[in-house]
Ligand binder design. Sequence first.
Ligand SMILES: [Cu+2]
Length: 108
Amino acid sequence: MASAVLVFVVVFSATACGGSGGATVTLRELRFEPDTVTIKKGDSVTWNNEDRRNRQIMSGAPPVMTDDFMSPVIETGQSWSHTFDQSGEFPYHDMKIPNQLGTVIVEE
Ligand SMILES: [Cu+2]
């Protein structure tokens, strides 16, 4: 039991240290976790689908869609990343659950 926990911690911190930063959002039942992430310009956000259903991320907050980014359908267990090359505040939603909102804040 203790070794299983240790392996998990090692894998998790190795992932967090990879690349130049960025953030990870977990897609769970009816929510984004966390629903707001802050990154630096040039960093990426990765969405991991741990929900039972397929998900699809699109920029904008309905009814205002934007064309900043849109993922393909992300199946359960899959992930998708997007690199943000411009600073600003980017609201997004789930195409399957339009009232589910998140925000990516990209700092200069
Ligand atoms: Cu949409």
